[in-house]
Design a protein around this ligand. Structure first.
Ligand code: HEM
Length: 418
């Protein structure tokens, strides 16, 4: 279907800015389709961002870091209230983004060092541990015949994997998960002043925790991510302790929240469009394609941000210097100029991996191999051990309100036992 005919068929929207609810993750795809056809680049009065919806425009912006910088990528959509700022100041909170909101030359320098610790060697080495974590999680619920897949599998598994890489004990999972949620809500959600305060306290604890991890590696060297970074620094790498702690601050969030989301969204889509699940059960060699199609069709991160460093143009629309820009990758991934029948979930799609769910260009996700490895192993074990898994009937899915992450709050599944 062409974009124009889609607009003519649906036409449920009239004004892009007033129709766009940037925090609504429930089912934004019909709006995206309309926007791609009618207003591919528009200004949202609600958040004060230029919103970009077409694949080619989004890719071009990602690819032009000189004109479109990422330094607003981690800025709170709603600024922190004065009391929250004071809590963070008194707690000594000085964290800055590890990489995603940094710009060259700092970004180039730090990414080069971080990249050596994120190589295939580390990820390959951890593969048996990933399978063990996945197996244990399935063992815990397989005899019950039902589970909330989100809270009983997707929530913990990626955190337990990441913690092996970062060298923190499993017992810290609940704390770090709760800090990561605080970080997500403070940065991408629409909290009132009162709602911000407990999360501001969590940020102080989170930052102190990251700094303590670095300090500990000077006392006891270790074979993990902070251990590697401290060793590289001792060997002469140009990185400060605050920058190492900043990388941990990033990874202890980015390294599991997004993979939790991928697992929950991917399994939900596979079971919704059940012939895809059955195809995987019959032929596990389809799993890599299923992982890519899940990322395309139901991305963990629906939107990401950039700032114009100078007067610019996107898709023929003038963008004044200093403008904030919201790139809707969830829309790019459904653009029919790149993906035929984009609203069809199809694990055999041959170009699914051209999705923009990991960004593009100099900030392209450093952990994408790990995320895909984890979900691939999860699907191998789930399809083998729970081939008859189904979605529980009559459930509706709720998605947390925020501008970037599309994650269901629960996912009830069931299967026959005995
Ligand atoms: C499904 C899982 C994941 C998704 C959807 C995802 C998505 C993204 C996106 C959209 C970006 C920004 C790209 C840009 O600005 O162009 C990013 C950057 C990043 N991701 Fe991921 N990510 C995932 C998993 C991970 C994992 C597992 C790790 C770490 C182990 C990780 C670490 C990072 C880092 C460090 C950056 C910053 C890179 C830079 O700015 O140079 N991510 N990711």
């Amino acid at each position: 279907m062409t974009a124009t005919s889609a607009a003519a068929r649906q036409c449920p929207f009239s004004n892009a800015s007033s129709e766009f609810d940037p925090f609504d993750m429930q089912d934004p795809f019909a709006f995206y389709e309309w926007a791609r056809a009618e207003h591919p680049v528009f200004y949202s009065d609600d958040i004060g961002y230029h919103v970009v919806t077409r694949y080619s425009d989004i890719k071009a912006v990602f690819d032009n870091w000189q004109v479109f910088a990422s330094d607003n990528a981690q800025a709170p959509v709603r600024p922190m209230c004065a009391e929250g700022k004071e809590i963070m100041r008194q707690g000594g909170f000085t964290a800055y983004s590890g990489l995603s909101a940094r710009v060259p030359p700092d970004h180039t320098r730090i990414r080069k060092i971080a990249q050596t610790c994120f190589g295939p060697r580390r990820f390959k080495a951890i593969e048996p541990q990933i399978r063990e974590i996945v197996t244990k999680a399935i063992d815990a619920f397989i005899d019950k015949g039902k589970a909330d897949f989100f809270s009983e599998f997707a929530y913990d598994v990626p955190a337990l994997v990441l913690f092996k890489l970062v060298g923190v004990p499993d017992s810290d999972v609940p704390r770090v998960k709760s800090w990561a949620l605080s970080r997500a809500l403070l940065t991408w959600a629409n909290l009132t002043d009162d709602e911000q305060l407990p999360h501001a306290r969590n940020m102080v604890d989170y930052w102190n925790y990251c700094q303590a991890l670095v300090k500990a590696r000077y006392e006891t060297p270790s074979d993990d991510l902070p251990g590697d970074l401290v060793r590289l620094k001792q060997e002469g790498a140009d990185i400060s302790d605050a920058e190492i702690a900043g990388l941990l601050y990033s990874v202890l969030f980015a390294g599991h929240e997004t993979t939790t989301t991928l697992m929950a969204n991917g399994v939900r889509e596979l079971l919704t469009y059940r012939q895809n699940w059955e195809a995987l059960v019959a032929d596990p060699s389809l799993i890599p394609g299923a992982v890519e199609e899940s990322l395309r069709f139901s991305p963990s991160i629906v939107a990401w941000r950039r700032r114009a460093t100078q007067d610019a143009e996107i898709g023929g629309v003038p963008i004044p210097a200093n403008s904030n820009i919201l790139l809707i990758m969830g829309s790019a991934n459904r653009d029919d100029s790149v993906f035929s029948e984009p609203d069809r979930f199809d694990i055999r799609r041959t170009n699914a991996r051209n999705h923009l769910s990991f960004g593009y260009g100099i900030h392209f996700c450093l952990g994408q191999q790990l995320a895909k490895l984890e979900f691939g192993i999860a699907l191998e074990e789930l399809t083998r051990r729970l081939p008859d898994m189904r979605l529980k009937q009559d459930q509706s899915f709720d998605f947390v309100r925020n501008i970037s992450f599309r994650v269901p709050t629960a996912l009830h599944v069931e299967w026959p036992v005995g």
